[in-house]
Write a protein that binds this ligand. Sequence first.
Ligand SMILES: NC(=O)c1ccc[n+]([C@@H]2O[C@H](COP(=O)([O-])OP(=O)(O)OC[C@H]3O[C@@H](n4cnc5c(N)ncnc54)[C@H](O)[C@@H]3O)[C@@H](O)[C@H]2O)c1
Length: 263
Amino acid sequence: MDVAGRNIVVTGGGNGIGAALCRAFAKAGAAHVVVSDRDGDAASQIAEEIGGTAIACDVSEESSVQQLVQDSLSVCGHIDVFFSNAGITCKGGLECANEDWQRMWDVNVMSRLYAARAVVPHMLERGEGYLVHTASAAGVLTEIGSASYSVTKHADVAMAEWLSVCYGRQGIRVSCVCPLGVQTGFLDNDDPIHRYLHLHVITPDEVADSVITGMQEEQFLILPHPEVAEYFSMKTDDHDRWIRGMQRLRQKLTREQKKREAA
Ligand SMILES: NC(=O)c1ccc[n+]([C@@H]2O[C@H](COP(=O)([O-])OP(=O)(O)OC[C@H]3O[C@@H](n4cnc5c(N)ncnc54)[C@H](O)[C@@H]3O)[C@@H](O)[C@H]2O)c1
């Protein structure tokens, strides 16, 4: 799908990758971009910059997502692309509180269900539409430093796959964007895993360029870091070998972190 002339809603559009997507869609000639974010001020700033419409929405609440879809339909008439980009992270493993896991589940996974539930019926009526998720390379590989991020991003990819399998033949395209490190407020320089991701860091604008090309080609997996395709294929070729490799990487990063803390 060419985004020119299309009505596009982007969640988490107030900052980082979402803001870059909104700018790129506007530049590529989108008919209208709805910039949505929990942070209404951030959404308004980007909307003002690109001549779009800001709509505040907390994607972890179904009523808020339903309202976003209703309001976007009132503004644009119809929605061609719903881009579920908003996401959060939470460091840690088994020790993480159940409330943190629940928040991760609500923002990174349930939001995608709420969006699809609200928007798919309209898209089916029109015979076409496009759902895009910003998942993560952690959704096809893993994120050593965050169990809840790895699990919820896998679920995000699974939701996108399921949507594509079930609605693809009825005109609904689905893509899933899976970047490694991207230079946004998301990356924490004090975190050893995030420091490792810096080896692969790209800008939000580079992600947006890759998304526009991936959507033109209607690729399911959009990989702004081409190396992710290679890592994913190494994983599926020999899962046990891949896990052993990741165990070694974790050990190396843990040792480096201990040395850093001791220094
Ligand atoms: N930055 C990276 O290295 C990286 C890598 C892979 C995937 N991602 C994914 O990219 C997406 C965007 O992340 P980013 O790096 O641009 O982060 P960011 O923190 O710069 O921007 C995220 C935006 O989402 C908004 N948001 C958070 N919770 C929300 C909620 N409940 N409802 C509505 N909006 C909410 C925030 O206000 C913010 O504007 C996320 O899904 C993230 O998991 C990021």
